[in-house]
Design a protein around this ligand. Sequence first.
Ligand code: NAD
Length: 298
Amino acid sequence: MSRTVAFIGLGHMGGPMAANLVASGFRVRGHDLVTAALDAAAGAGVVPVGTAAEAVADADVVVTMLPAGRHVLDLYGDILAAARPGSLFVDCSTIDVADARQAHRLAGDAGMRALDAPVSGGVVGAEAGTLTFMVGGGEGEFDEARPLLEAMGRRAVHCGEAGAGQAAKICNNMILGVSMIAVSEAFVLGESLGLSHQALYDVASTASGQCWALSVNCPVPGPVPTSPANRDYRAGFAAALMAKDLGLAANAANAGGVRAELGLRAAELYAAYAESAGAAEDFSGIVRTIRGQEGEQP
Ligand code: NAD
């Protein structure tokens, strides 16, 4: 793979990801609408470029890390004509599966190749270069992108054809959202029955209730000292991002006629929670809403 990359979207995730590409020897031409983001990336060795079209003009790979599907599709509309024919477009944003498939189609129609490659691991993983990429698109494109993905992450899983990376991401996060609510409800039920947090944790974490939401991101303080509950629910994985991902899962379930009753309910609960007290706090803070004490100390 050639080592010239255009990187569009240098925010919380894109900034450190672009910096890790530079650190691995890639030549990175970066663009963001926000000057401060562009300046920070320049400090890490990214070549700042005034427009996205200019950034992609002499790149072989174009990485995007943008807020939502409409940003990706609008941007593709602006830059595909400016890119070199055959360039590889790698979208790492978390977007609707339908939008990801549309992005693949737009790229293909313009003579480009594409991958959807959303990530898990958050800002900490982006900074440390330990992200996991879930990738949709052709096998050949995946192999070609491997060195680039390995410069920004620890693991890249080829999930299937166009959109399969986004599909894997939202299905995984639907499991996570539903299981965090289930674990939180169990702790609140246990409280009402006089059961200590530690006792429930000791039983469930070694029994059939075991899951990541319990044993790593435990929503009550005490049993897992590193979980966000022990630092007043500072994220972690922000509730607003969980609400976004569950919304994408709900869109896909509704579009496909899938009876994902708990997933849809989790999407509603997280949307309400993120809108009221918890947008910036860790998604495990939903336990306070279940307890009926939004915004209070546990
Ligand atoms: P962010 O808002 O910090 O960064 C997005 C950047 O895109 C901003 O700097 C914005 O100015 C820029 N941008 C928007 N439109 C643009 C355009 N047309 N041209 C150039 N720049 C443009 O968001 P983030 O936290 O970095 O998240 C990016 C994506 O990664 C989202 O899809 C999010 O869901 C996903 N994600 C985030 C996390 C996380 O923990 N933050 C974790 C996993 C996945």
